[in-house]
Design a protein around this ligand. Structure first.
Ligand SMILES: [Fe+2]
Ligand SMILES: [Fe+2]
Length: 294
């Protein structure tokens, strides 16, 4: 075996799948007769998830770019492989959310305003120094990992969601947990600055949440629900009420701002194992749509 072949096989061995971050090729099927409102038979809450789905493709590309520009600095073979896995997983998430968004658009639920508003917010973030952009990405990855953990443990949430669309969110959530440390490890490599992590909160919230609320309101109005106070009150309570889905994630947010924070301090390995088996084990729920299964 010559040196090039040896190197090639080593690179392959260390690709994402060998370090627990496999980019799974999934082709979700969206049923034409699935309910219009995927969550709790409620327009307001369902449209919030549509906004998130609109946010993901541009958002995940921002995450990938903020890491990719430091790829050349990574000497550690394991971290290199983890970055490959991370980029692969996020690229497939974006693709499947784009397919979901196209499916929603066909039924008149247009996520384009959400996509445009997140692009505007990300453009503002892209004016920042590269290291601050990566700090913002680590904060957003902490948020998505927290969202993922909540989604996979919250029976109440899963009981209200349409099972078919829920499967897409569960797959995405599992992979968010699998790669939750990658951007942070790259950020550590370039010099983790505490003040940049503190700044990430106002920068991300300030640039992305106005667009989130504007596009959410726009979509609720377009759905003819702008004055359906019952639907709005119920939807907002389901997400942002005292026991709301988003509210329950908030206690996990402050961890990020500890000086010695690392995503692995929160051990989610048992939860990941449970869901890997449930979705991709021998009789896993998504076995039939997983195209590159080992
Ligand atoms: Fe993702
Ligand atoms: Fe992610």
């Amino acid at each position: 075996m010559n040196a090039v072949t040896r190197l090639g096989s080593k690179v392959r061995r260390l690709a994402g799948a060998t370090v627990g971050i496999p980019p799974r090729q999934i082709n979700f099927r969206f049923r034409a007769d699935s309910p219009r409102y995927m969550y709790g038979d409620n327009a307001t809450a369902s449209l919030h998830f549509a906004v998130l789905s609109g946010f993901f493709p541009p958002g995940e590309m921002f995450f990938v770019e903020s890491v990719r520009r430091y790829r050349g600095r990574i000497a550690d073979q394991r971290l290199k492989a983890e970055v490959s896995g991370f980029i692969g997983q996020e690229a497939i998430h974006s693709r499947e959310h784009e397919r979901l968004n196209a499916f929603l658009k066909e039924r008149g639920i247009d996520t384009r305003v959400a996509e445009q508003s997140v692009k505007a917010g990300l453009w503002l973030l892209s004016r920042l120094p590269a290291s601050q952009q990566l700090a913002c990405t680590t904060f957003m990855e902490h948020f998505t990992a927290s969202l993922a953990e909540q989604l996979l443990t919250d029976e109440d949430f899963r009981g209200r969601a349409d099972p078919e669309l829920l499967a897409l969110w569960e797959w995405h959530a599992l992979e968010e947990l699998e790669h939750k440390s990658v951007t942070y490890d790259v950020y550590n490599l370039i010099g983790n600055r505490w003040y940049q992590r503190l700044l990430a909160l106002p920068l991300v919230v300030g640039s992305l949440t106005p667009g989130l609320f504007i596009s959410w309101s726009w979509m609720v109005a377009r759905e003819g629900k702008a004055t359906d106070w019952k639907d709005i009150a119920e939807g907002v309570t389901l997400l942002l009420g005292r026991k709301g889905f988003i509210t329950k994630i908030m206690p996990l947010m402050p961890e990020f701002f500890a000086r010695d924070f690392h995503p692995d301090q929160r051990d989610t390995s048992a939860l990941e194992n449970e869901w890997r088996e449930k979705l991709f084990g021998e009789n896993g729920e998504l076995r039939d749509v997983w195209r590159n299964a080992g």
